[in-house]
Design a protein around this ligand. Structure first.
Ligand SMILES: Nc1ncnc2c1ncn2[C@@H]1O[C@H](COP(=O)(O)OP(=O)(O)O)[C@@H](O)[C@H]1O
Ligand SMILES: [Mg+2]
Length: 293
C-alpha cells in the first residue's frame, strides 16, 4: 500500500533527506510541511493536509512540535511522535519523573525553584554534580559543578540572565561513566541500532564531536530500552544510557531524534527501518479507523 506521508519540518537536515529518499524510493507520496509557513486552524484542518495517512514530526523547535502535534491529533491525522510523547520528552523534569515512575534506573535528580534551594540540592549531592536546562539538547548549557563557588556563580548567572525556563533548577548526581555513553534508536521500544559516543569531555553528545562506534545491546539494555520507551508513550525515540559497572542508567529519552551520526556509525539502514515502522503505524491507524467507522 502506498502512503501519503506528511513531513513536518523547519529545516531539511541529512536525517530528513534520508527519510525523504527512502519514502520516495518506495513510491510513497510525501507532502513537506514547513512549520514556519503553515497556519493551524483550531476548527478544521488546512486543505494542504487532505488525504494524509500519517505525519512525521521533525521540527527542530520544541514549542512548534508541542503545538503542531496537538493540531494533528485534533484533526484526526496520526502523528509520530504523539503529543504525549513529545510533551514528556521535551522537558527533562517530566522525562525523569516518567522514567522513575516506570522503575527505569535513572540518575538521582532534584528540582528547585530558587537559588537558595538549588544550592541546598547541590550541597546534598556534593561535588561534582550536574546542572541541566530543563529544555534543550545537544549538550548545550549543561554545567558540571565542581565547587561551592562555581555553584554560586552558575546559579546567579542563571537566575539573573536566564530565560524563565532557566529558573527551574534541575540538579543531578554526577555519574562516573567510562568516558562514553550509549545512544539507542528505537521504534516503540524495538531497537533499530545503537552506538557508543566517546569523548575526553564529560559531555559525550555526537553534536559535541564525540567519536561514535557501533554498540551491541545486551539483554539488560534491551529490557531498559523497552521500558524507557513505554514510560514516555513510545514512538521513534533516541534513548540515552550511561554505563555504571555492568549496569545502566537511563538519563533521557529524545523525541525528535537525529540519526545521521548513528547511520554513519552502524551498518543498519536506519531510514529503511524507520520507514518500515511508519508503514506499520499507518496501517494500524487505518485499521483502527475502519473499526470505529
Ligand atoms: N548525570 C550525569 N553524569 C555524567 N555525565 C552526564 C550526566 N548527564 C549527562 N551527562 C553527559 O552529558 C551528555 C548530555 O546530557 P543529556 O542529559 O543527554 O542532555 P542533552 O539533552 O543536551 O543531550 C550525556 O550524553 C552524557 O555524556
Ligand atoms: Mg542527550
Amino acid at each position: 500500500m502506498t502512503l501519503h506521508v506528511g513531513l513536518l519540518y523547519s529545516r531539511i537536515r541529512k536525517d530528513e533527506k534520508l527519510l525523504l529518499t527512502e519514502l520516495r524510493e518506495r513510491d510513497h507520496e510525501v507532502t513537506k510541511i514547513d512549520v514556519r509557513k503553515q497556519t493551524f486552524d483550531i476548527s478544521a484542518a488546512p486543505a494542504a493536509f487532505d488525504g494524509l495517512d500519517i505525519v512525521v514530526d521533525r521540527c527542530l523547535a520544541t514549542s512548534r512540535s508541542l503545538y503542531a502535534t496537538q493540531f494533528f491529533e485534533a484533526y484526526g491525522i496520526p502523528v509520530v511522535n504523539s503529543h504525549e510523547t513529545a510533551d514528556i520528552c521535551a522537558d527533562k523534569v517530566q522525562n525523569s519523573l516518567a522514567l522513575e515512575k516506570a522503575g527505569v534506573p535513572t540518575p538521582a535528580t532534584k528540582v528547585a525553584f530558587t537559588k537558595e534551594t538549588a544550592m541546598e540540592a547541590i550541597e546534598e549531592f556534593g561535588y561534582p554534580c550536574v546542572l541541566k536546562p530543563v529544555v534543550g539538547s545537544w549538550g548545550r548549557l549543561m554545567a558540571k559543578i565542581d565547587s561551592e563557588s562555581a555553584a554560586e556563580a552558575i546559579l546567579e548567572h542563571k537566575a539573573t540572565l536566564g530565560h524563565y525556563e532557566h529558573k527551574v533548577f534541575y540538579v543531578q548526581e554526577f555519574v562516573e561513566k567510562p568516558g562514553r555513553d550509549i545512544r539507542v534508536l528505537a521504534t516503540d521500544g524495538e531497537p533499530i541500532a545503537a552506538m557508543v559516543r566517546s569523548s575526553d569531555h564529560w559531555i559525550t553528545n555526537a553534536a559535541k564531536g564525540a567519536e561514535t562506534d557501533v554498540f551491541e545491546l545486551d539483554d539488560e539494555a534491551l529490557a531498559l530500552v523497552r521500558k524507557a520507551s513505554d514510560a514516555v508513550g513510545g514512538g521513534l525515540l533516541g534513548i540515552d544510557l550511561m554505563e555504571i559497572g555492568d549496569s545502566y542508567t537511563v538519563h533521557e529519552v529524545n523525541h525528535t531524534v537525529e540519526f545521521k551520526a548513528l547511520d554513519d556509525a552502524v551498518e543498519t539502514d536506519i531510514a529503511a527501518t524507520v520507514v518500515d515502522w511508519l508503514e506499520g503505524k499507518a496501517d494500524a491507524a487505518a485499521d483502527e479507523l475502519e473499526v470505529t467507522a
